[in-house]
Design a binder for this molecule. Structure first.
Ligand SMILES: Cc1cc2nc3c(=O)[nH]c(=O)nc-3n(C[C@H](O)[C@H](O)[C@H](O)COP(=O)(O)O)c2cc1C
Length: 295
């Protein structure tokens, strides 16, 4: 059995899960792991389909990994699924998505991935969600879920494989499976569609990065850590490129040795939201249980 795992992981959590999926795959499975984070072909040259066609090797099962951003799968992963070639002799017909989220809500991410994968001609045979460190809270004194995921997810990954293996070459009730992944109450699903709109939030609500040219030594750390190639050093100055928008992952801020990168804007409001979440009074968190779950 050949497996292709394609993932996007700005903060590294989704990559950790993908690596565990690869590690716990049965010995006779051949697994290709493709991390698209920071790939020029996708974010600079915008040649997603060509890149996928040239890079992904033939497989029976495709696994797609994404972080949850604003209750959805991150929009670059949505785009990636839309760019997938239709199943054929090289591109397998079976698919499953896995997502990591920062404990607040996994929203409708799995639903959304399933819908897009089905639209691409694939059959859904499973799904996985894992709670992890909230990457944006790395900017605060104590991040939510600091250090996760770790060994606590080993069992769920093994369960995920058991379920997938049991469904290979079998007729399964895909509708029932998808219904199980439709676990959010209707009001939360409606909110995800109407209120949590990632691109709008990036534009108007999320904090913005700002560069202090006095402190910046042009070391290039932020350039290499930016998952969407939004930053570039041009003519001895650090620039934000309009060709690839910032997705507010916070990598540039947490990795800048000179502390020249900052987040400005609604940081206080964000910190307040995190406090409300910790006090169990969050208006945006769902009562999701269990947080780690495979389908
Ligand atoms: C802009 C942004 C939006 C996020 N939105 C959510 C969210 O809606 N719900 C949640 O639980 N976590 C949210 N998170 C946290 C990420 O889903 C979580 O940290 C994830 O594991 C990041 O994966 P990565 O390390 O692979 O990038 C958000 C993080 C960022 C940066």
């Amino acid at each position: 059995m050949k497996i292709a795992i394609i993932l996007f992981s700005p903060g590294g959590n989704t990559l950790k899960v993908a690596e565990k999926i690869k590690q716990f795959a049965p010995n006779n499975f051949c697994v290709q792991l493709l991390d698209i984070t920071g790939r020029e072909e996708i974010f600079t040259r915008k040649q997603g389909t060509r890149f996928l066609e040239e890079t992904v090797t033939d497989h029976d099962l495709l696994l797609i990994g994404s972080p949850v951003y604003a209750h959805h799968i991150q929009y670059h992963v949505q785009d990636l699924i839309r760019q997938l070639p239709r199943p054929d002799r090289k591109w397998g017909e079976l698919a499953a998505a896995f997502v990591t989220f920062g404990d607040i809500s996994s929203g409708i991410a799995l639903n959304e991935a399933n819908r897009l994968l089905e639209k691409s001609g694939r059959k859904i045979i499973g799904g996985l969600k894992v709670t992890a460190e909230h990457s944006l809270t790395r900017l605060l004194d104590s991040p939510i879920n600091n250090g996760k995921p770790g060994h606590e997810i080993d069992e769920i990954i093994l369960n995920f494989w058991e379920k997938i293996i049991a469904r290979l070459n079998k007729d399964i009730n895909v509708r029932e499976l998808k219904n199980n992944m439709n676990y959010q109450p209707k009001k939360d699903r409606v909110k995800a569609h109407i209120i949590f709109r990632e691109k709008l939030w990036q534009k108007f609500l999320y904090p913005k990065i700002s560069i202090d040219p006095e402190k910046c030594t042009l070391c290039g750390c932020c350039v290499t850590k930016c998952p969407v190639n939004h930053l570039q050093i041009i003519n001895q100055s650090l620039c934000e490129l309009k060709t690839s928008d910032c997705i507010t992952c916070g990598n540039c801020v947490v990795n800048c040795p000179q502390k020249a990168m900052m987040m400005t804007g609604n940081i206080d409001k964000f910190a307040e939201m995190v406090q409300q979440y910790r006090a169990g009074k969050s208006k945006i968190a769902s009562n999701e249980f269990p947080k780690n779950q495979c389908f």
